[in-house]
Design a protein around this ligand. Structure first.
Ligand SMILES: Cc1cc2nc3c(=O)[nH]c(=O)nc-3n(C[C@H](O)[C@H](O)[C@H](O)COP(=O)(O)O)c2cc1C
Length: 301
């Protein structure tokens, strides 16, 4: 699918969905790095972004993993937050009414332990004011299949997509894990199963060891690597997937500047998400957006 960014920067990320998902611009705050948007909205003009994706929502509240849950690496961040969140019902009750008053669109990032649970969460979100779309995180463990991630198996990835599609009419973006041999195969499977768009990538499995303590940095030993270290790999995956499927692609992985964002757009993405960069600079999304505007004008002239 060719890039759909228009001169005014607005973009439809679900052209085949009856609601559509039209964003004022293609810069989105990534899940897990902007919380529920409420605190960040007090610090920066969040409303100017195309959208934000909230922290991953599960069927019931979760406390997340034990500390330590974060570790810095030379060019990236390792995390093992473990989907700490307030649960689907509290999202609808406490956060969605706030989001409904905002200009910026909010997408709910959802994670299930089973295919059935993905459907239940999607049904709870369906038709809720303030939730403009769903991002389905298939990079989480499939409890029925011994903890193997849904997104590493095209059949399980398609089953989750179909379940969510049948539970809600909300635009549905499926977020791919990069921890696979052939990401194109998974992308094709979720598009055939009804994904309105695809976001990629989630974090790469990584680890680091504190040599002085002779212990892994993270409580769970391995975790997810994000940030500049993963950008070239993410970019190659976005390029391959964009060549192979006919739905909008949302690119992410190590984006911290407009130049990074434009690389993803030139590789075939219709929009981008900014993640880890928000921890270094809370204005990272806005700075990226402002620079994208300037650079786009320059490239047009
Ligand atoms: C602390 C942290 C928490 C995250 N939580 C989620 C999450 O709940 N759901 C999800 O789909 N991705 C989550 N992610 C992954 C990011 O949304 C993003 O896919 C990944 O970090 C790559 O982008 P980046 O390099 O710009 O951060 C998380 C990332 C970080 C660093």
């Amino acid at each position: 699918m060719t890039t759909t960014v228009t001169p005014d920067l607005s973009v439809d990320l679900a052209p085949h969905n009856r609601h559509g998902l039209v964003l004022a611009n293609p810069v989105i705050g990534a899940s897990g790095t902007v919380g529920y948007g409420v605190e960040l909205n007090q610090a920066i003009d969040l409303q100017r972004l195309g959208a934000i994706v909230c922290k991953g929502v599960t069927r019931y509240p979760r406390d997340g993993n034990l500390q330590p849950r974060l570790g810095e690496t030379i060019a990236g961040l390792l995390n093992t937050i473990g989907l700490q969140n307030i649960g689907a019902e509290a999202i609808v009750r406490d956060k969605a009414p706030i989001w409904a008053t905002w200009n910026v669109k909010v997408l709910a990032n959802i994670s299930g332990d089973t295919v059935q649970e993905f459907g239940e969460i999607a049904a709870i979100m369906d038709g809720v004011d303030g939730i403009s779309g769903i991002e389905v995180n298939i990079g989480c463990p499939n409890v029925e299949k011994g903890g193997l991630e849904f997104g590493t198996d095209p059949v399980a990835a398609a089953a989750v997509t179909e379940k969510v599609k049948s539970a809600t009419s909300l635009p549905m973006m499926v977020k791919l894990t990069p921890n696979v041999t052939d990401i194109v195969e998974v992308a094709r499977a979720v598009v055939s199963a009804g994904a309105d768009s695809i976001s990629l990538v989630n974090t790469f499995v990584g680890m680091s060891i504190d040599v002085a303590k002779r212990r892994p940095t993270l409580s769970t030993i391995t975790g997810g690597l994000s940030g500049p270290a993963i950008k070239p790999i993410a970019l190659a995956m976005v390029y391959k997937v964009a060549e192979a499927v006919d739905v909008p692609i949302i690119g992410l992985g190590g984006i911290s500047s407009a130049k990074d964002a434009l690389e993803f757009i030139m590789a075939g993405a219709s929009a981008v998400q900014v993640g880890t960069a928000n921890f270094l600079n809370p204005r990272a999304c806005l700075d990226t957006l402002d620079e994208v505007r300037k650079l786009t004008r320059l490239l047009e002239n």
